[in-house]
Design a protein around this ligand. Sequence first.
Ligand SMILES: [Zn+2]
Length: 270
Amino acid sequence: MVTVFQVGVGSGGMAVLDAVARDPRIARVILLDPDTYQTHNVERHLFPRSDIGRAKVHLAKDWLADRRDDLEVTALPWDIDDPVRELELQQLACGADIGICAADNEPAKYRFDSLMRDADRPWTLGEVLSGGIGGLVHRFVPGGPCYGCVASYLKRDVTEAPAAPAPDYSAPGGPAPELRVPASRAAIAAVAGLHALVTLDMLDGAEPGFTTMLVSWKRVEGVFAEAYRPHKFAVPRSAACLHCQSFGPAVAREELDVALDQALERLGRE
Ligand SMILES: [Zn+2]
């Protein structure tokens, strides 16, 4: 029986969770998200307006209990970046069979990557592109490239700054600054569905031959030449990546911590 460790139960995370947790192989789910349900969430979320003000993890737990009374759910309204929870988070990662990341900020993705890599557990990540023009689903396995390797390979630079030039996702090689524009419920659900499929395939031990799948939902001048087109990337581990070198004995733990801190510094800790 499988234990799933998921960070993020926002509009995308909840859709992934709903699809994955219905699989009878899943026996236990650990959910992490510090956010409360707010008025602006209603448009894209599964929960009703009457739930505004409650913690999203508690709403997720109730949602699952209504559908699978045999599922054990642990709901933790914690911030994955909370240093006070460091040890508990490491233990949770070690106790999981697979991780799901549906966090909406870069520091949380790096943090989850670090936790799952240290615990030697596979995990998946889904990302909806700004404006809902498409999305990305990544699969990470022990010994494979880390999130830093993948982000660096795709030359992604997620930014909140306005007036950024249009990125070319389908041709990695150039810088691709991104501006966050809200996506539609449909675009979010479509990426979440793919994310759930890739996650469940991982439980079967499937080897689909890609690290990252990029899908376009819309044709956008200078970004996607075609709508509804998948692109698959087998991303190698970067020789220059300090995170990945943790698989070898050469790099000291302190050096890795410094590298992670520097990466988080660059991203701007929230
Ligand atoms: Zn790496």
